[in-house]
Design a protein around this ligand. Structure first.
Ligand SMILES: C[S@@+](CC[C@H](N)C(=O)[O-])C[C@H]1O[C@@H](n2cnc3c(N)ncnc32)[C@H](O)[C@@H]1O
Length: 145
């Protein structure tokens, strides 16, 4: 976990007077599976998960078939899953995984979703843009099986 990032978020939230935020220092799949009641989430955002771009590390990627199952349990039918990455190979993997998942349906036409207006531009995304990477957005709707 990036503890300094959690600390920064708490400081920023305090400075802005934000009161409706809860941070959890945990492994994301475990938090999704065990901390949240089934079908309790309106929107799940997964923006710039670590790309693990070396071949021998790609199996560590978060968005893999098991993630689709875990995300589907947490999101309510009709809810939304949004993803973004600056790593083309991971974008392809995300789209393959979610296109295959019976609990999700594409909520975009064409190859990729439009940039989600509510997605704040982070330092991480700025860095990707600076080195000329394409940013890929994906949006899926949780459907009833
Ligand atoms: C590449 S950064 C992107 C951060 C931010 N979403 C952004 O767009 O700037 C990936 C973040 O995911 C966190 N992370 C990686 N694996 C995780 C896991 N299994 N559970 C929870 N957080 C994780 C890292 O600590 C890091 O903060």
């Amino acid at each position: 976990m990036f503890t300094a990032g959690l600390a920064r978020t708490m400081l920023d939230a305090h400075r802005e007077g934000v009161k409706n935020l809860r941070l959890v220092e945990a492994n994301a799949p475990e938090a999704l599976e065990h901390l949240l009641p089934a079908e309790s989430v309106d929107e799940l955002w997964v923006f710039f998960p670590d790309p693990w771009h070396k071949n021998k590390h790609t199996k560590r990627r978060l968005v893999a078939p098991d993630f689709a199952r875990i995300a589907a349990r947490a999101i309510r039918p009709g809810g939304t899953l949004r993803l973004a990455t600056d790593w083309q190979d991971y974008a392809d993997q995300m789209r393959d995984v979610l296109d295959e998942a019976p609990a999700f349906e594409r909520a975009f036409t064409g190859e990729w979703a439009e940039r989600f207006e509510g997605r704040v531009l982070t330092a991480f995304e700025r860095k990707g843009l600076r080195v000329g990477r394409d940013i890929r957005d994906l949006t899926y709707t949780r459907v009833s099986p």
